[in-house]
Write a protein that binds this ligand. Sequence first.
Ligand code: ADP
Length: 577
Amino acid sequence: MKEFLSNYKRVLQTSKKGKKYFFRELFFSLINLVIGIVIPLFVAKQIVYLSNGNQLNELLYISIAIFIIGFVKETNWYLLGVTCRKVRLNIISEIKMISSKNILELSEKTIHESGSGTFIDRLTKDTENMADMYTHGTGYIANTIANLGIFVTLFVINKIVCLYYIVTSIVLTLVHLLRNKKVKKLDIIKRNYGDKVSSLVSELIRGEKDLKLLYSKEAFLNTMNDKIKISMEKDYNCKFTDLFYVYLINILSVIFALILIFLLIWLIKTEQLTASLAVVLFTYRTNVMTNFMENISLLLDEVRLFNTSCKRVFDLIDYNQFEKESFGNKNLKNIDGTFEFKNVKFAYDKEDVIKDLSFKINSGETVAFVGKSGSGKSTIFNLLGKLYDIKDGHIYIDGIDIKDLDEKSIRGNITIITQNPYIFNMSIRDNFKLIKANITDDEIMHSLKVACIDEYVNSLENKLDTVVGENGTILSGGQKQRLAIARAFVQNTKIILFDESTSALDNETQRNIQTAIDNLKGKYTILIIAHRLSTIKSSDRIFVIEDGKVVGEGSHQYLMENNKIYKKLYESENIEK
Ligand code: ADP
């Protein structure tokens, strides 16, 4: 109960618009409550007048009164429904936005370890479960309280029967509470396994092309089947326990109904009750034992779902299980573009991937990194972009340790063009607007020209309006990289990190990318992870990386003469693979 109240309050505090409509909802619910208490009293009188048969005028007045109250009740129900939906939609949208923002502030490590399913379900099912509390949930609370009005009527008609109803209701409520406690635990386990299935479903969609081409659909489906089976077992445990308690409650209700008949017979025999009132009291059995209990049961279900979902979403919002990225608070305004790695050590897991790495890059330099696959080149980029925190040593940008810099000073000054840059499923123009909201078409075309992709975009039927598909499906690897270079040009950051595509690009594309990079040279500090000789030769300096360390540094000519590792890489004619 305490957990529920604090969650209930917190959701309303989180959703400002939801809170605004909630007070309106509360007002309509109160009217509902008053009507709920008044109607049974009127209906009881109506039944008595009907069974007496000689108070027809009273019967007419009470029937008109019931009609008016009924009309008010239905109008109020409609207004309550409209308001509830407004509360629900506002809560969903506001909590989804806060959760999405927080996901983008999580550390890379947390995101990779948790899997996408963990976040997808929290953003979809859980936010909806939370919001449901303010629609169905509020309805159940109002109905439950309104149904309490029936006890007032019962008390007026016969105190013994009223007491019997109270005792049986308490017994049934206790069983419901027990059911709720047991099912809640199983529900949390079930949801965690559900997250794993959702992660796989998201991978199935994202990796469908590779699964087809690798001819490994069956193997993936088998893995998925295993996970679904476990998830189903947990779901079954949860549903079975729930079903058992519902069965127990139904059996108890049947037994209580039989005892009620015996009680009514005794009351009639001992002349404590007339037969007509006994009929009235027996009809309330449905209201008390079925409707009332059903409402309580639905309310408890809703509360359980609400509490579980609140925990999952608040864990994300409060970063309980999830680690947030951390930044310093120093701000770098006019960046020069120099940076330095000093005795840097780093490990993704246990083993060090970067081992005592030191180098310095000057402003405006174009530098290439070469080395075997897995030697740690891309990791250097990840560390410069502060996607991960280092274990030891320092990374300086313009002489300031990046640990002390704020997010904008790092990410706002560095552009990383990865091997497979993510192009969003929107038009080419909108992809650019993500970087600069007020960008003009001329500016976009200019940046496309710098990146040597203007001709291709112009050849498309819808030009800048072309929607590129999920992760730019309509674009080739080389085109995506050139579009990313154009984005980098618009971003206009002083430092550009370019992870050259390992995929075999045709000579023309390769030349285009080379020209695109040459166009950026001088004004920017450029770091290239090179997989091809042509890129390396035109660089100011080349670093040879092996096993997370710099094992050679100099121009192409110098390294050819003085560095065996570089010479071997060069002679293999395939620098990276
Ligand atoms: P390169 O770019 O030189 O090919 P990377 O920097 O990508 O090498 O990788 C260096 C090492 O770190 C490799 O052994 C790789 O398996 C490992 N690695 C890369 N990314 C991750 C990650 N996200 N989690 C764990 N290990 C990783």
